[in-house]
Write a protein that binds this ligand. Structure first.
Ligand SMILES: C[C@](O)(CO)[C@H](O)COP(=O)(O)OP(=O)(O)OC[C@H]1O[C@@H](n2ccc(N)nc2=O)[C@H](O)[C@@H]1O
Ligand SMILES: Nc1ncnc2c1ncn2[C@@H]1O[C@H](COP(=O)(O)OP(=O)(O)OP(=O)(O)O)[C@@H](O)[C@H]1O
Length: 284
């Protein structure tokens, strides 16, 4: 049996830079990973199956076509092999919450099945196979900090990031990505100007303060509790920056280190989903 971690994607900023003729939006975003993750276990089998476990497993039980199964079928078709595996998904990331949980699961399934089926495909090939299934899946294949452009599929190097702490908070409200894009008003934002590196977490927060998440205002309009989450994060000791990730409703706060992020988590309302720690970096 093989295991794969499916870490949460966090958009440190997200500029909507334009719109394609098909309605998809052009983005400029800096994606990082952690500190929470789903987990996949993959075993050889005669056919393809998916078992759901974990605190958010039940909320996906009625989903007719989980992204994990769609990714498995897409890989089998592209590689010309039968789609055979028994997959168990332990769902710890809230669903439809702006941290790309479904995309992370699909990406982890592709990495795991590539190993299980002995395909040895490069990450770049897996990203191409995955792209039609979701704009966030290509960046989740590598699960390493990256700048996302195009509709999410144009990936380039992120600035070298300093050690820092990250706290993720979700108030328990699901937000559908298309609804948030539809609720957006106003024009477009130019791409950010990024340095080659940030020397420490405070400099990173100052740099990120020059950027924004263009989906935050429409998400707050649809789901006003997000403003309460942001205010609570900004009041935590050591919080350097607080912002929404992706299309929400999950928000993140940046801290000088993981210990301060964990201490902050303990001060928030118990009803909110919170995870704290450092940035995740998948071993090469
Ligand atoms: C907002 C982000 O989370 C930022 O990382 C992603 O761009 C969204 O990624 P995702 O959830 O994998 O998105 P998809 O499943 O591909 O798209 C869901 C819907 O969001 C809208 N969408 C998504 C990505 C994009 N670049 N432009 C869009 O307008 C479209 O209405 C699309 O039908
Ligand atoms: N394995 C999965 N995990 C989560 N959602 C899934 C999965 N498979 C299918 N879905 C569907 O995908 C939708 C989006 O879920 P997801 O958790 O990826 O959203 P998100 O965190 O807002 O993503 P993003 O940040 O990429 O916009 C869910 O509402 C659900 O219907």
């Amino acid at each position: 049996m093989l295991t794969e971690s499916a870490p949460a994607k966090v958009n440190l900023y997200l500029h909507v830079t334009g719109r394609r003729a098909d309605g998809y939006h052009l983005l400029d975003s800096l994606a990082v990973f952690g500190p929470a993750a789903d987990a996949l276990a993959l075993a050889p089998a005669e056919d393809l199956s998916l078992a759901l476990e974990g605190p958010f497993g039940e909320s996906l039980a009625a989903e007719p076509d989980n992204l994990v199964l769609r990714a498995a079928r897409a890989l089998a078709t592209a590689a010309g092999v039968p789609a055979r595996a028994a997959i168990t998904l332990t769902k710890r990331l809230p669903v439809a919450s702006g941290i790309g949980g479904g995309s992370a699961d699909a990406a982890a399934a592709l990495r795991g099945l590539d190993r299980l089926w002995g395909l040895g495909l490069p990450e770049s090939r897996l990203a191409v196979i995955a792209a039609p299934l979701g704009a966030d899946i290509p960046v989740c294949i590598a699960s390493r900090p990256a700048r996302m452009q195009g509709v999410g599929e144009v990936l380039s190097a992120a600035p070298a990031l300093p050690p820092c702490g990250l706290l993720l908070v979700n108030p328990g409200v699901a937000l559908a990505t298309p609804a948030v894009f539809r609720a957006r008003t106003g024009g477009f934002t130019p791409p950010a100007e990024l340095p080659a590196f940030w020397p420490d977490a405070a400099a990173m927060a100052r740099g990120l303060a020059e950027t924004r998440n263009d989906l935050e205002p429409p998400a707050i309009a649809l789901c006003p509790v997000i403003a309460e989450v942001l205010a609570a994060l900004r009041a935590l000791p050591g919080c350097l920056l607080a912002r929404m990730s992706g299309s929400g409703a999950t928000c993140f706060a940046l801290f000088p280190d993981a210990a301060m992020a964990r201490a902050g988590a303990g001060m928030l309302p118990g009803a909110w989903w919170c995870e704290a720690g450092g940035l995740y970096d998948r071993a090469p």
